[in-house]
Ligand binder design. Structure first.
Ligand SMILES: [Zn+2]
Ligand SMILES: [Zn+2]
Length: 276
């Protein structure tokens, strides 16, 4: 097993989980819920991909009516087992596609909305071609500059995997040190804080080469120092075996950076704070 619960065995939330409502995931919502219940996770948010960018793999795939039907069924089955299920979504490039997304957000009862940046211009940052095209400096600089635009635009609740560019970039350019990008990361945090947007600690990177969470401990400390308070944690799991994975690490990183609580969302507002 890759799961190591907190010392007291309690995992308060996994706020970044995919299901078959995402084009890149085959697991049913019920399968993901079963994993969460087994691990004793109190709260789970299903954040399936909504990507209106025509070049994106998930383009045209997202169907809110299908998602909410699965969600209602999962709540009926798993709420009696103690699992709180939040209605979430992961929006790709909201600052560019808000005209398409905002009506969907208004029409359906979401609890929690992640804002993500997967593309910079016409290139996806999960492809080494992006790093070859722009080189070791500009590939990261362009990402953080675009991320600031997304955070500045706002309209979502929590900024997802804020340095996801390191996931592939780490291997492509032979290393990653966030301190090199401090002057570009701090404006992202400033935009989030000024807009009332939180950030997540995303543990998917622990399952890859880079070996630290998104964001890493150093930049999370900057966020905290600057007054950042809103924080969630998520595994970004796309299969049942990854639900909850690395969240013990995320909690340790959060505490080390000075956080004492996580945000729990309902109806797109912070419903309560969870002590960690
Ligand atoms: Zn993502
Ligand atoms: Zn995701």
């Amino acid at each position: 097993m890759t799961h190591h619960p907190t010392p007291n065995g309690y995992l308060p939330q996994d706020y970044h989980v995919h299901t078959e409502a995402s084009c890149d995931c085959q697991a049913t919502m019920a399968e993901m819920c079963r994993s969460a219940v087994q691990l004793g996770i109190a709260e789970i948010a299903f954040t399936d991909h909504f990507d209106p960018k025509p070049e994106d793999l998930c383009y045209g795939y997202y169907r809110p009516e299908r998602y909410f039907a699965a969600l209602e069924a999962a709540r009926r089955e798993f709420a009696p087992q103690g699992l709180t299920i939040r209605a979430g979504v992961e929006l790709g490039e909201y600052h560019l596609f808000h005209a398409h997304m905002a009506p969907v957000l208004a029409a359906w009862p979401y609890d929690f909305v992640l804002g993500s940046l997967h593309w910079v211009g016409d290139q996806i940052v999960f492809d080494e071609g992006y790093f070859r095209a722009h080189g070791p400096h500009d590939s990261f600089a362009r990402y953080f500059t675009e991320l600031e635009r997304l955070a500045r635009f706002g309209g979502f609740d929590v900024l997802s995997h804020p340095d996801v560019v390191k996931r592939v970039g780490y291997g492509a350019v032979g290393g990653f040190d966030i301190r090199q990008w401090e002057d570009l990361v701090r404006p992202v945090w400033r935009a989030c804080i000024e807009n009332g947007i939180g950030i997540e600690i995303n543990t998917s990177s622990l399952r890859g080469g880079v070996g630290e969470v998104h964001p890493g401990p150093e930049s999370l400390r900057w966020y905290r120092e600057m007054g950042g308070e809103i924080l969630t944690i998520g595994s970004d799991s796309h299969r049942p075996g990854h639900v909850g994975a690395g969240l013990d690490v995320a909690l340790d990183v959060a505490r080390t950076a000075g956080f004492t609580r996580l945000a729990s969302f309902e109806g797109r507002r912070i419903a309560r704070w969870i002590p960690i």
